[in-house]
Structure formats: C-alpha cells, structure tokens
Design a protein around this ligand. Sequence first.
Ligand code: HPA
Length: 254
Amino acid sequence: MSDQHTARIAVIGGTGMNQWPGLDIREQRIVETPYGKPSAPLLIGNIHGIDAVFLARHGEGHTLPPHAINYRANIWALRETGVKSVVAIAAVGGIAPWFPPAAVAAPVDLVDYTWGRVHSYSDGSGDHVQHIEFNAPYHTRVRRELVHAALAAKIDIIDGGVMGITQGPRLESPAEIKRMQRDGCDMVGMTGMPEAALACELGLEYACLALSVNWACGIGTGEIHAEIAQSIEQGMSKVRRILQGALPVLAGSR
Ligand code: HPA
C-alpha cells in the first residue's frame, strides 16, 4: 500500500506564478530522476475538487534562470508522478500587434533559438535514438480545452500564435526581435524549449498558456520592467481562472 498521491494533470508555473494560490497541498514530493533534481519539490494537491501537481519552473524562490533549469528532470519527474497532461504557464513579450501586455494566448507553434541546453533524452548515453515528430508542439486537445475554458469564463484569449524561445537571461536587442518577426514569431519567451520537446518525447500532452507581460524590445515605447510589473498580476488572475475552467475536463480525459 502506498500513501503517495498522484494526479494526471500538472501545471508548470513560471515568472509571476511561482505558486498556485488555491492548491490545497497534500504532499510535497522531492523527486530524484536519472537526470538530477527538478527545479523544486512537486506540490501534489487538490484545487476546485481536482487532483493536480504544481511545479515551480524557476525554483521555490525563483532562483533558477531559464538556461539553468533542469528541463529533463522536471518533465521526467512529472511523468513519474503519473501526470498525463501538462499546462505550462509562460510570461512572454508580445511581438504581434494583437498581443499587448496582459493578453493571454494558447500558442500553436514555436521557433527554438536556444542553445547549449540539454534538449533531448536521446543524448547518446542510452541505446536508442528517438526522432520525435514535432508537427504539433502544443497538444491540440489540451490547447482546445484551454481556449474553451477561457471563452466560457468570458476571458479574451488568442487561439494561436507562434512562440520564439530565446536563450536569455538577457532580453533581446531590437534587431533580434525584428528577425523573429520575419521568422513569423508572435511572442518571445525564454523557457518554452526544450520543455515542449521533452514532454513530447515522454508522450505527455503538453500545451502552453502564454501571458504577454510586456511589448518585446523595439515594439512598444514603454519601459519593459515597468510593463512587466504592471501587467503580471492582472494577467495571472486570468490564467488562474482559465485553469479553473479547464482542469475538470483535462483531469477527466483519457
Ligand atoms: N523577451 C523574452 N522573454 C520574455 C520577455 C521578453 O520580452 N518578457 C517576458 N519573458
């Protein structure tokens, strides 16, 4: 008999969501994986009657910068806990004119500009090489449920958009954002990869709720850090309400 808790849905919280207010935590699980330790203990609990897991991507005290996150350990630990679906929360900069601060999107595709991160479980140390298909980096059904939940709660959400993921931790230059625009990116973040690809390698249903917290460099006229401070709380309350609506469906699925 095990008294360990489990849940099929996980939320990975990023900047602005280092905790999940309302989650009644039943267990804080410290997990060791073959790839080392995740960013933080997994918080396994119940919210609005649904069992769920929360992981703080940047660590408990928000101490891990995007390039120092152990993405492999994070995704492995969630899978080990029985998780099937993951909603990744990402604070991003808006590039497209339709993505101002405090707006929310469920992106449909991505471009990876990161470098030097361990980006696969197929790292040459095992005995098989996996070439995953990545034609839908964000899981179609999970995305759809997030969009439905937003609309049902009368929260505006952009159904789509392409996320460009940069290395960080510095913000981009104006020319870098122009290049990303030419590449078709609508928003820019620093943590979306390799997280999405690793989730795909392990067969998890992974989608993202992206919150614009500033105009990307050279797009707006405001001061980026001031914009972030202003928009993060307003935007995160929308994110939490969308999660509340989507959770029952996601948890009951499959
Ligand atoms: N660039 C990259 N990552 C970000 C930004 C940005 O402007 N805002 C929030 N995360």
